[in-house]
Ligand binder design. Sequence first.
Ligand code: CMC
Length: 399
Amino acid sequence: MGRKISPEEQSWCLDKVTGKVVISKGLENICIDKSTICYIDGFHSKLYYRGYSIEDLAKNSTYEETVYLILYGKLPTRRELNDFSGWMREERDIPREVIELLAKIPRDIEPMEMLRTAVSYLGNLDPGRHDMSLEGVIRKTIRLISKMPTIIAYWYRIRDGKEIVCPDPRLNHAENFLYMMHGGKPEQILARAMDVSFILYAEHEMNASAFTAVVIASTLSDYYSAIVGAIGALRGPLHGYANVEAMKQFDEIGSPENVDKWYREYILTGRKRVMGAGHRVYKTYDPRAKIFREYAREFAERYGGKVKTYYQIADRLEEYVMKQLCETRNICTNCDFWSGIVYYAMGIPVDLYCAVFAAARTVGWSAHVIEYVTENRILRPRLYYDGEIDREYIPIENR
Ligand code: CMC
């Protein structure tokens, strides 16, 4: 027989006032550092990047400008923005070796698994991959955020047996992504919605994927490892993949008339969660959801068909969530509930939505890596040991 370790012997787990063991499951409300990148006011539906509200940025900014803001902490002058956008445009092409790799990746794998592999390989080919200086990380960030849409679009076309469409340097980041996906210049309203979606997904404080990136970087590992790890964290359905799961859920519901039955059968019985609802920080409506929702409504009216059906199902389901989960338990719909319908209207296949999210979020991950590593301390939490010690080792023949 071994013996249990008492709480007193694990003093680091005890609350200094009550003397009781404190376990922060899920690290809820634990601040790991100071930051000037992002502020979420989850009680008043507010989100700010570097102090600018998400509503102002979605209305007035572009993804390129928002990337500059997140990385450098200030809005660029016109000249700075032109130079910066030019830099991003120059970085869009991906090496031939990565295109060859994309052709070899099994076509039936999840796009996030493809992205993880491609980003990792891109890192192998970057001569400055170990340079963790500020300039080195910013250079790699621009390289990666410019190339990720190309990787996604090329992968989509390769797996569909289509010719790849090379980036067009005359187009902005969002227009160019849709152009590489579909092979034609997108409608302006769709390009603007894509641009806004990149802004909305660019950053979101110390969420699971940003934390993963920072944990990896805090060991003084390399930039690409941090981003590949973050891609892995984002891919889970409780995090970024919720935008794919939300669309699958709308498919399962099938029609607006079936929402009531589905909700009773699965949500009221606790057999499923509403995908695209609930948030660790927002206890009111996610401000990004409001903006995505408005685009989804506009596109439902404009394009009709399946976009409209998705919108109607989502609209009806949201009524249930807001009445039954939000009012009573603060579980409200979030951005991933609505973003998929916007991407669907753009003709993007559902399984790619989390990868599009990752392409945008790479800037946030990078900013957190830069900020944390500037005054680095390795991230190393503890566990409360609830097992036994000093157990007698019994040789295998006597067990
Ligand atoms: N539908 C139904 N019930 C829910 C939901 C939901 N979407 N979310 C949370 N709950 C319930 C949960 O069952 C639990 O109930 P109980 O106390 O009776 O056991 C309670 O609310 C607390 O849940 P939790 O899992 O402890 O909450 P959390 O803060 O750890 O999780 C979350 C947050 C986002 C993982 C969770 O709300 C969830 O699973 N949502 C669905 C997936 C989703 O939409 N994720 C995207 C999040 S937003 C974008 C991003 O950050 O990536």
